[in-house]
Design a protein around this ligand. Structure first.
Ligand SMILES: Nc1nc2c(ncn2[C@@H]2O[C@H](COP(=O)(O)OP(=O)(O)OP(=O)(O)O)[C@@H](O)[C@H]2O)c(=O)[nH]1
Ligand SMILES: [Mg+2]
Length: 687
């Protein structure tokens, strides 16, 4: 089966804290819709969405999984995302593919860091909150609802309520039964609050509502409901138990009748071209137009090859479609258009606009690629990406077998394509591959993936700290490169000025050379020399940043000037200017958030202070818990996560984010400069 029109489709991502019950809920939804015989469970390791052996072993989702179901004539595509904080990138990549973000919240755990993070990340999408685990005993729903309103606003309004015993849910919107007993609030209060909120956006309807009282029917409210969702004026909330199935058919009804179809959501925008030349282009969910699809996820299966999951944003696809990848010249033939059900793929004859499908074994497709069937759509790309956290936690990787090095670099290229928060670099100081992710657990998962999928056995080490250099005052320098050795000589002279820029500005280059003192054909050579020196650093051998370089003057020689002379002169002039501009070594800082039991606050904050951390805020996210925010030098965080686990006996949460750069302490600066001056390229690992 396949959806026949864009209006049949509902695309939904389930997002939220690890363990809130997303995968189990997907299972319950598939079972209620008759896609599977009975619900699998995390405990038995037989769910549709957590199909990977590593997921089964960990009891957590490690990748976003796509499943689909049909319910009352609607075609519902669901993306089950991982909730572990270190896998945030793998969850957030689902956002450009969906119209609705359903944030799953555990009624027993309440609002958790993952709930807040995903509510914030999904802003701009239509959002809804699914409160799971209503089967659990002793839930104080009224307090839970208050904390939801306090955290996410009064626009979070229940569309149904748990019954007094939590065994089912009571509808408050479509056909409210005002006599039903509910676990908190009342059906009529919930109904009125919802309708009040919806009609607020529509004056005519508001007037009618005031006249007609409660007799506005759900059909009249459909369009303003969608508008309220789109504008973030309404975040409907519903209750379920993924375990008992309570509220699950009702959730399917809500998705079919109220979740936006792709034409009712806030679709991602597209641009054509890069940089300043990038211009908005219109894509329309019209089957008659050229096909445009965006690859939101790729998966590399060592046996089945690469699988690219995409959303059709314009036109439609069939197995006969010939598609170009980005600005590529050579098309590929789709041949097998696939519809995913977790691990299983079945062929489908058609993907209409708005649908989520896949193609396998096209190696050239990378995540974020735009597939299209006409050169008119060359250079199209998404206007903005989800707000991915920056990878900050690094490990140096060494293969046990030297012959595996090539395999490692290929495997890492594939993993970084799967995970937007994984970054690979090469540390030339000790010739090691460094992989950076969001935390210790992230890299542990990556190491397991490298072992399981590519059979790579690796040793790891703490990578060197990615220090940077910068300058603190304006300075100038002039350098003449001159060589006379028999035949043709070498001559180039460059004068330049360096100026400090505010932190985080990067590098700027400018040319103020007058009267052809350096002929324009040699300016690229000067720039090349300057860029070389910027990358190599002047004081301690680290790349320079937050610096403006203005080439002001120079000299050339009609016969002896050549490219290499100006590269050399540019390079030396920059080094001399930087050394005269009171250079500094900057160290990377990380913003750390740690959630600990109140009683451990003292011990954990002392541990952070001992690591040169500065407390920036404390908060109380839930009774009995303190959230500590601190800014800590990366160099101080080595081994912190394990230490934290030891202090808190595993009961803690820990999130890292890039926190910019600050001058390193004086002793560190002079030690790094000394090591550089001695030409000792391995000495940096100990900091
Ligand atoms: N009592 C109860 N337990 C539930 C319910 N839903 C899920 N669980 C249990 O909660 C645990 C976590 O469920 P998952 O479905 O793996 O949660 P998740 O949100 O997918 O977790 P991640 O994949 O790590 O993000 C499992 O042990 C489930 O059996 C529910 O409605 N009631
Ligand atoms: Mg899961």
């Amino acid at each position: 089966m396949t959806p026949s029109s864009v209006h049949d489709i509902r695309n939904l991502a389930l997002l939220g804290h690890a363990g809130s019950g997303k995968t189990t809920l997907v299972e319950a939804l598939l079972a209620a819709a008759g896609e599977i015989g009975a619900s699998g469970s995390i405990e038995r390791g037989d769910t549709v969405a957590d199909f990977d052996p590593q997921e089964k072993a960990m009891g957590h989702s490690l990748h976003t999984a796509l499943v689909h179901l049909e319910w009352a004539g609607h075609w519902i595509n669901l993306l089950d995302t991982p909730g572990l904080p270190d896998l945030a990138g793998r969850a957030l990549l689902s956002l450009p593919a969906v119209d609705t973000a359903a944030i799953v919240l555990s009624a027993t755990a309440g609002i958790e860091s993952g709930t807040r993070r995903m509510m914030a990340a999904a802003k701009g999408k239509c959002r809804m909150i699914v409160v799971n685990r209503i089967d659990a005993a002793g839930i104080d729903f009224a307090t839970l609802m208050e904390s939801v309103s306090a955290a996410f606003g009064r626009e979070c309004l229940p569309i149904n309520l748990p019954s007094a015993d939590g065994s089912r849910v009571v509808d408050c919107f479509f056909a409210p039964d005002t006599s039903a007993a509910t676990a908190f609030s009342t059906v009529s209060a919930a109904h009125d609050a919802l309708v009040d909120q919806i009609v607020e956006l529509d004056e005519a309807l508001m007037g009618q509502y005031l006249e007609q009282g409660e007799s506005l029917d759900p059909e009249q409210l459909h369009a303003p409901f969608e508008r309220a969702l789109r504008e973030g004026h309404l975040i409907p909330l519903c209750f379920v138990s993924a375990r008992s199935g309570a509220g699950v058919p009702e959730l399917l009804d809500i998705l079919g009748r109220l979740a936006p179809d792709p034409t009712e959501g806030n679709p991602p925008r597209f641009l054509k071209g890069e940089g300043q030349a990038a211009a908005p282009v219109e894509v329309a969910l019209d089957p008659e137009r050229h096909a445009v699809a965006h690859v939101f996820q790729v998966a590399n299966d060592p046996y089945r090859g690469k699988l690219a999951l995409f959303r059709v944003h314009q036109g439609q696809l069939t197995p006969n479609s010939q598609l170009y990848i980005g600005d590529g010249r050579k098309p590929f033939k789709v041949a097998h258009l696939l519809r995913m059900q977790g691990r299983n793929a079945v062929e489908t004859p058609l993907a209409v606009p708005g649908d989520l499908c896949a193609v396998a074994r096209v190696d050239e497709i990378e995540r974020d690629a735009v597939l299209h069937d006409s050169h008119d759509e060359d250079y199209h790309h998404l206007a903005s990406a989800p707000d991915y956290p920056q990878p900050v936690f690094g490990l140096a990787l060494m293969t046990r077998k030297p012959a595996d090095e090539q395999k490692l670099s290929e495997a890492l290229a594939r993993l970084t394509d799967e995970d937007p928060c994984l970054e690979v670099s090469f540390d030339p100081r000790n010739r090691r591959t460094v992989v950076r992710g969001l935390g210790e657990q992230h890299l542990k998962i990556v190491l397991e993936e490298l072992a399981a999928r590519w059979n790579l056995q690796l040793d790891t080490a703490t990578p060197s700290i990615p220090y940077r250099e910068t300058i603190s005052i304006v300075a100038e320098a002039r350098y003449r490169h001159k060589k006379q050795s028999g035949g043709a000589g070498q001559f180039g002279e460059v004068a330049l000025r360096v100026e400090p820029l505010p932190r985080g500005s990067g590098i700027e280059l400018a040319d103020e050379v007058k009267g052809g003192a350096i002929p324009t054909n040699f300016m690229p050579a000067v720039e090349k020399g300057v860029r070389q020196a910027l990358a190599e650093g002047a004081l301690a051998g680290f790349p320079l940043q937050d610096i403006r370089v203005v080439v002001t003057d120079g000299k050339h020689h009609a016969v002896d000037s050549n490219e290499v002379s100006f590269v050399t002169a540019g390079r030396h002039a920059l080094i001399e200017a930087v050394l005269a501009a009171r250079p500094l070594v900057l160290e990377p800082l990380l913003d750390v958030q740690v959630k600990v039991a109140d009683a451990l606050f003292g011990e954990v904050s002392a541990e952070l202070a001992g690591r040169r951390g500065r407390l920036t805020a404390t908060d109380s996210p839930a009774p009995g818990w303190t959230l500590i925010s601190a800014r800590v030098p990366m160099a101080g965080l080595e081994g912190f996560e394990s230490r934290l686990k030891a202090i808190c006996a595993g009961e803690s949460e820990f999130v890292l984010e890039a926190g910019g750069h600050e001058p390193a302490p004086r002793d560190v600066q002079s030690e790094l400069a000394r090591i550089h001056a001695n030409g000792d390229s391995n000495g940096n690992g100990s900091h």
